[in-house]
Design a protein around this ligand. Sequence first.
Ligand SMILES: Cc1cc2nc3c(=O)[nH]c(=O)nc-3n(C[C@H](O)[C@H](O)[C@H](O)COP(=O)(O)OP(=O)(O)OC[C@H]3O[C@@H](n4cnc5c(N)ncnc54)[C@H](O)[C@@H]3O)c2cc1C
Length: 413
Amino acid sequence: MRNKTDPLSAPRDDELEQIRTQLHALIGDQIKKADPDASLTVLGAGRDDVEPGRNFLSVLDQGGWSVPNWPVEYGGRGVAPSEVALISRALFDFEQPDLYPFLVSLHVVGPALIEYASTEQKTRWLPAIRSGKEIWCQLFSEPGAGSDLANVSTRAVRDGDGWLVTGQKVWTSRAHYSRWGLLLARTDADVTKHAGITAFAIDMAAKGVDVRSLVQMNGDAHFSEVFLDEVFVPDVDRIAELGQGWAIARSALAHERGAISATNTGMGIPIDRLTDLAKTSGPVRRDAAMSVYLESEVARLTARRARSGSSDLGPTGSAAKLRGSAVFKHTANCGLGILGMASIASEDKTDTEPDQEDELSVSEDWGTLFLTSPSISIRGGTDEIQRNIVGERGLGLPPEPRVDRDKSFRDQV
Ligand SMILES: Cc1cc2nc3c(=O)[nH]c(=O)nc-3n(C[C@H](O)[C@H](O)[C@H](O)COP(=O)(O)OP(=O)(O)OC[C@H]3O[C@@H](n4cnc5c(N)ncnc54)[C@H](O)[C@@H]3O)c2cc1C
């Protein structure tokens, strides 16, 4: 008999079927069934149309299905991560728009707000996040603060009933259509760097916010530099107490790792497409695809283990992200290997016969996947940083030397 407490025990087909039945009854007549031949979506690559995602989420929002992991009182279903995974699988029955533009709002900012925002703030912000109406971005990284995020130098200075925020953020995903940003800013330079950071919600349409898109190597311009020039942020939009920003950042980053590591959902690894592609190939490529398939199973189980643990995703979330990043890259490499040169040399379509178009679009999808795949090892914390977390917090290895830990931020710069 299956051990109900063991997250790695046999697949839960009966539970999956129950969820499917509930979902089909709820949204079956509002959302089309999935088309197995639809093109791949690669982490939002190339897509800027967020309306289909909004419509989808607003339908799911009925009954808490857009954020099943959120507590019921905030519009979720309050279910365990393992059940969230089953819901994600059941949703594959339907034609899903690309939900990647909403990932930060739903799975990073939302949970951090639930943990740290005031009741008034939660009432104000969470409903529009859940339904996809308002997208949030994460204004954390700066030119001098990436892996060493506590080094943020964007400053917030008290001004009457609010704050004036000045500085520069970078790599801010989806900033160009975000309504709000979860911002980390320095409010005190005389304490240690981790202690002097405060979190705010910043209105992305406020005077002094300048968003400039950056072009990525896959051709997208989905992340930006954000310049902040004396932007007024009312104190009612400060999240939690002064100096609590680092705790909020850690919570958001742990949720981000969890979301990205949710293999086959958050990352959208098209392993089934790879196995289909491999069927058209010779034994050597099929063997390579089989190895990637096995690796993806290990990644899926690692992600499941991470999701089924305590709410502190910590080292297990990092391990799952590492596995997921590796398998994402290997899937893309393997697909490209099968398709050969066509997959990277398919830009000029001027002489294309109509019957070749489908083939080209498949190649382009895999080309995009390949060019997007290295970013997984960077976004949400690099592979090296995840290994540090696994080493120090999971395996108990000696920590890296951190000479700046006890100095005030002002004394370091
Ligand atoms: C597609 C994408 C989307 C992103 N979206 C967002 C977003 O929405 N919001 C946001 O705030 N940020 C975002 N980021 C930024 C991302 O979080 C940072 O790029 C990441 O934290 C690394 O920071 P960095 O680029 O400054 O590199 P650095 O920190 O300068 O690191 C450079 C290299 O040094 C290595 N390194 C650094 N420190 C150590 C160490 N202690 N031990 C071992 N190796 C180390 C790193 O692993 C890396 O290889 C995004 C990045 C990408 C690629």
